[in-house]
Ligand binder design. Sequence first.
Ligand SMILES: Nc1ncnc2c1ncn2[C@@H]1O[C@H](COP(=O)(O)OP(=O)(O)OP(=O)(O)O)[C@@H](O)[C@H]1O
Ligand SMILES: [Mg+2]
Length: 284
Amino acid sequence: MLSVKNLEYKYRGAKVNTLKGIDFRIHPGEIFGFLGPSGSGKTTIQRVLIGLLKGYNGSITAFDKERRDFGRDFYEKIGVAFDFPNLYLKLTAKENLQLIAEYYQNPPKDFDALLDQVGLLPDKDKKVEGFSKGMKMRLNFIRSIMHNPALMFFDEPTSGLDPVNAKLIKDMILTMKGEGKTVFLTTHNMTIAEQLCDRVAFLVDGQISLCDTPYALKLKYGRKTVKVDFLSCGTPDTSEFELDQLSGNQQFLDIISYSEIKSIHSQDASLEDIFIKVTGRELI
Ligand SMILES: Nc1ncnc2c1ncn2[C@@H]1O[C@H](COP(=O)(O)OP(=O)(O)OP(=O)(O)O)[C@@H](O)[C@H]1O
Ligand SMILES: [Mg+2]
């Protein structure tokens, strides 16, 4: 569906490449996530892939054709939602959709149904300038998919959303996957990545340092741990131990022998732990 080979990109005036030889392939029907800290190049790669930034080196093949050889027809096939909502503030929510729909060959017919999907039906006749960030994000999201594209690009799709609306967007992305759509998303939120992505790539300083399924990454790099909450001389304390070395761990044995235990939990390594372990970088 999308194949990227040795992709390099340098901003005008910059001394070094922001994207430094990136290779990956997204299969049809897959949700593929790019994870990386702030400044690692996530938004840059989105913009290069969709053609907002021109002049890349390497190859981007989408729908069996090189990206730079597409014209406007590319935008009929893809959906794009970035974390800065790009809307007409003086128009209402419904007018925004109606106006943008005119650009497409296959425009949607039922705008109310679209607005209802993201909980904006009661606000359909309100001007967007009065919308909160979360309302704009939801309108921007539905705007990006209303022409039924096969391939979607989402940059931080749940940024600025409360948990209920974040779940709504996540569920919509999963529904699209269920319909056979392909999704490329970028985020620095590991939980989103774990919940949504079939495969993830860790991006650090414009390079992919690792790429696999969240499950395989956890199996390979994650260690199960046990967290013990206890009272030490009347003071609450917490310690964490590796699960597979418990029986020989004297500190653990001392705690459970001599302290008052409040709780013991075993836990999986999170994708965030693995990211930090593999890249040596925090996800901020
Ligand atoms: N218009 C620009 N001109 C020059 N350099 C830029 C421009 N936009 C971004 N950069 C640089 O490119 C690098 C990657 O930026 P990018 O916005 O792609 O990061 P990001 O991973 O999306 O970060 P965030 O998580 O903060 O959104 C940064 O070093 C940034 O300073
Ligand atoms: Mg960004």
